[in-house]
Design a protein around this ligand. Structure first.
Ligand code: MTE
Ligand code: MO
Length: 440
């Protein structure tokens, strides 16, 4: 969107001044009631950009961003992603509706996108030519690897790994927390191909002073300042050395989509997605906990003790989030489904995952948690993959039902009904509930 003074996103633009946004985008005079004025050339222009006429244009509320338009702003910012819910267009943030997460493997065009800055131009062009990875800092032998070297010098691995944004579920907090209002779909489970980060660090030779990693990528800060890292997070060396922490160059057997980090990214499964640096170009080993953008203040940090909703918590009482908590989603049927008249027995199913742990049990309830029915739970195909669960449920009489799901990890920790509030709205693993109607 180039309609503002500086380049801005459609969403930011509409939030600040919907009338002016309408005017600049649709070429209508500001201050003249919105869609009522959207006729003639203006309506034709919007219709043209949407690809069809808008029969109920007079009913469109002021400031409404037509979804189709939001999804086609600029030159297809969603780059082939399908069916995602767009939370922002600059930077691009989009989540997967939970029923589209039903397959065991999340396809590339359905994997959520969480960007803090702008996708690097080379990634947009699908150009990996000049790509290099530097490994430096507290190592004996700093490395600079081309993509070919990365592929040929280290043993390739193929792993199904779940990746969840630390703020997934933020929409459920009250008082609301600033940031993308993710519902449940800022999570995915794809099959990643790459090499173990631990193998690369061993090749560089970690010094005894090595404590933490620092990740850098080539995305561009929203300010346009080329020297400002967009986000730079890291993990303790023990997590970096875990054989499931990988430097990935393929996603579901294809090059990683531009929006998800082409050509190379980290996948640090089980930890907040922010640790999985996209468009990875440098890993610096530090002799202290990393303090790059995204490591300090309230970013990816939560109070060390339970706080009252809305409380002001002193910054020194925040702790860095490590593993994500146990969680499950119901991916079938979609919430709001009315069951067929002739069948009151249906399979309800979904996935469950538990940060660094395994899920040991999933239970479902159709009576608001009064009683629980154990679901069938598959083992993960490999550690850090989400696990499939399913349950056959019977709905005896007509009416409105809710299905609740709750997972328990191998340490006995169970999803709560309501999660503890925290200032930035992280770690919401409260039980997923769906609505079902049984007809007469
Ligand atoms: N370089 C870079 N890496 C990044 C980000 C980013 O903005 N820039 N966002 C992080 C966050 S907050 C998340 S949740 C994941 C999301 O990965 P995805 O967009 O592939 O789903 O990428 C992480 N890696
Ligand atoms: Mo995130």
């Amino acid at each position: 969107m180039t309609a503002g003074r500086r380049e801005r996103g459609l969403f930011e633009f509409y939030e600040d001044d919907p009338e002016r946004a309408d005017y600049l985008i649709f070429g209508r005079r500001a201050g003249l009631g919105r869609r009522g004025f959207l006729k003639g050339a203006g309506l034709a222009a919007v219709g043209a950009s949407l690809g069809s006429a808008i029969p109920f244009s007079t009913s469109m509320p002021p400031g409404l961003v037509p979804v189709a338009l939001a999804q086609s702003a600029g030159d297809d910012p969603l780059q082939g992603k399908e069916g995602l819910i767009v939370h922002n267009d600059r930077p691009i943030n989009a989540e997967t509706p939970v029923h589209l997460l039903d397959p065991d493997i999340t396809p590339n065009n359905r994997h959520f996108v969480r960007n803090n800055g702008l996708v690097p131009e080379a990634a947009r062009q699908g150009d990996a030519q000049g790509w290099k990875l530097a490994v430096d800092g507290e190592v004996n032998q700093p490395l600079e690897l081309t993509l070919d070297e990365l592929r040929s010098r280290f043993t390739p691995v193929n792993l199904k790994l779940q990746l969840e944004c630390g703020g997934n579920g933020r929409a459920g907090f009250n008082p609301p927390a600033r940031g993308n209002q993710w519902a449940l779909g800022a999570v995915g489970n794809s099959e990643w191909t790459g090499v173990r980060l631990g193998d690369v660090l061993r090749a560089a030779g970690l010094k005894d002073s090595a404590v933490y990693t620092a990740h850098y990528g080539s995305d561009v800060h929203l300010s346009g300042d080329p020297d400002k890292p967009v986000i730079s997070r890291g993990v303790p060396i023990w997590k970096a050395m875990d054989p499931h922490t990988i430097i990935a160059f393929a996603m579901n057997g294809e090059p990683i989509p531009a929006l998800n980090g082409f050509p190379v990214r980290l996948v640090v499964p089980g930890w907040p997605g922010s640790a999985s640096q996209k468009w990875l170009t440098r890993i610096t080993i530090r002799d202290q906990v990393h303090d790059g953008p995204g490591m300090t203040g309230m970013s990816y940090r939560v109070p060390a003790y339970p706080v009252q909703p809305g409380a002001d918590v002193p910054l020194e009482d925040f702790r860095i989030i490590q593993a994500m908590p146990v969680k499950s989603i119901i991916t079938y049927p979609a919430t709001g489904t009315t069951l067929p008249r002739d069948n009151r027995m249906i399979e309800v199913r979904g996935h469950a995952w538990a940060g660094d742990r395994r899920v040991s049990q999933v239970d479902v309830s159709t009576d608001y948690g009064s009683t629980w029915i154990p679901a069938e739970l598959d083992p993960p195909p490999n550690p850090y993959s989400w696990q499939r669960w399913r349950a056959r449920l019977n709905f005896p009489t007509r009416g409105y039902y809710e299905v609740w799901a709750r997972a328990t990890d191998d340490q006995g920790v169970m999803q709560p009904f309501e999660v503890m509030w925290n200032p930035r709205g992280y770690l919401n693993n409260s039980m997923h509930r769906i609505a079902l109607t049984v007809p007469t």
